[in-house]
Every structure is written in structure tokens, then in C-alpha cells.
Design a protein around this ligand. Structure first.
Ligand code: 6PG
Length: 242
């Protein structure tokens, strides 16, 4: 696991875009394609915009296949849609090989079932799909993707995508599950802002003695491949030397 502390959100976005572009180039050379799951929320948007502008010519976009780590139960043009954010920042501005959105407009259970089918179709022959890269964010409560503390999707060991009821939000989200996330060749967390400092400290510090690891779901992300934390200085404030 690597941790890089960047001075501010702009430096974080630039580092994230560079890491994405470098991995895309390597994967295309090595395997002829780059399969990536995008994070939602607000933090990644600046990095996506840099990919669509400064890195537009440096990536063989037609070999890049975009998936999503999670989605809210809203239509694709809704302001809360993770797909809409990514489409506006990046997907509408590069000639992607394919884009696989989670169908937030459907009942979450149906959306998750369809996404599972889409994953198994794209990653045909792989018992568990192995993404080249999964981008993740971190919530102030320690959630990642839509794996929220103590929610049922945390216990999923076979399905690839799940409808996950989130009582504190009063909604059900669609999310990749831990088996898929932990199968990735690389996971990069993007964490910005002092509001995340406590969650980041708790996640990186590991569960306190006897604490339920499901309290901070991001701490359950332990990919067999590489894990890189890109955090800005305010988010790192409670880390040693942060
Ligand atoms: C979502 C995201 C979620 C996000 C974190 C951090 O749908 O909200 O997938 O996991 O990454 O909540 O969100 P911010 O980047 O907006 O702080």
C-alpha cells in the first residue's frame, strides 16, 4: 500500500490523472485494453476533467472501457447521478471503447442484476472480473463506493454487484462488491478535505481492538494488486506527519 500526500485538491487531481493515464498505457500495451471502474461523488471530477483535456491525446481511449463503482438510484441525467458527473467531465469528451453505466433508473435489485450480467459478459471466462483499475472515494463515515458502515452488501462474497440498502440515507444504492474490488490489479483512493481526516486515520490505522471492521468499509478494501492512496494535506491532517 502506498500513500501520497498532495498539497491541495488541484495537485491531487493532477496526480490522479497521471496515474490513470500511465496505467491505461501500460494495460493497453500489455493486454490490449484498459478496464476501469470510476468513482462517483465530487472529488474525482477535477481528475476526470484533466483526463479529457491535458491527457486527451495521451490515452488510446478506444481501448478504454469504463465501468462504475456505484450509482445512486436516480436516472442518468439526474444531478446526483455518478454517471452524469463522469459523462459531463470525461465520457462525453473522449472516444471511449465502451461505457457501462449502472441503470439507476431501474429498481436497484434489477439494476444490480443487470450489472452483474454486464460484468460477466465483458469479463467472460473470469470467475471474478479483474479490473485494471478501480477508483474509489472515501466518505466521512468511512464508506467507499456504496459500501456503507454495517450494510448488508459488505457480507456479499459471490455476487459482483449488489443493491445495498443504506438506512442512514433512506435509500438503496447500487454498488460493486468487495470480491470485485479486491480482485482489481490496482485500486486508487482519492481523498480530499479535512472532513475526511478522521475516517482516513481510522481506515489506515485499522480497526481498534475489538472494533467491528464493518464500521469503516474502506478498510475492507485489500486488493491482491496495488493499492494507492492519493490524499490532500487537509485529509492527511490526523496521520503521522500529515
Ligand atoms: C458516491 C461515491 C462515494 C464517494 C464518497 C466520497 O456515490 O457518493 O461513490 O463512495 O466516493 O462518498 O464522495 P466525495 O468525493 O463527494 O467526498
Amino acid at each position: 500500500m502506498r500513500l501520497r500526500v498532495l498539497e491541495d485538491p488541484a495537485a491531487l487531481a493532477a496526480a490522479a490523472a497521471r496515474e490513470f493515464a500511465a496505467r491505461a498505457a501500460h494495460a493497453v500495451r500489455a493486454r490490449g485494453r484498459f478496464a476501469v471502474a470510476l468513482a462517483g461523488g465530487s472529488t474525482p471530477k477535477a481528475a476526470y476533467e484533466l483526463l479529457a483535456t491535458e491527457h486527451a491525446g495521451g490515452v488510446d481511449w478506444r481501448r478504454v472501457h469504463f465501468f462504475f463503482g456505484d450509482e445512486r438510484p436516480v436516472p442518468p441525467d439526474h444531478p446526483d447521478s455518478n454517471y452524469r458527473m463522469a459523462r459531463e467531465a470525461l465520457l462525453s469528451r473522449v472516444p471511449a471503447g465502451s461505457v457501462h453505466r449502472m441503470r439507476g433508473e431501474l429498481p436497484p435489485g434489477e439494476a444490480a442484476r443487470r450489472y452483474e450480467e454486464e460484468l460477466r459478459g465483458f469479463f467472460a471466462g473470469e470467475r471474478v472480473p479483474r479490473f485494471d483499475l478501480i477508483l474509489l472515494g472515501l466518505g466521512e463515515d468511512g464508506h467507499t463506493a456504496s459500501l456503507f458502515p454495517h450494510t448488508e452488501a459488505l457480507d456479499e462474497t459471490t455476487r459482483l454487484a449488489a443493491a445495498n440498502p443504506v438506512p442512514e440515507l433512506g435509500t438503496t444504492r447500487i454498488t460493486l462488491t468487495l470480491p470485485v474490488i479486491n480482485a482489481a490489479r490496482a485500486v486508487i483512493f482519492l481523498v480530499s478535505g479535512g472532513g475526511k481526516a478522521e475516517a482516513l486515520r481510522a481506515v489506515l490505522g485499522g480497526p481498534a481492538g475489538g472494533e467491528d471492521p464493518r464500521r469503516y468499509p474502506a478498510g475492507l478494501v485489500r486488493p491482491g494488486g496495488e493499492m494507492l492512496w492519493l490524499v490532500d494535506r487537509p485529509a492527511a491532517a490526523l496521520l503521522n506527519g500529515g
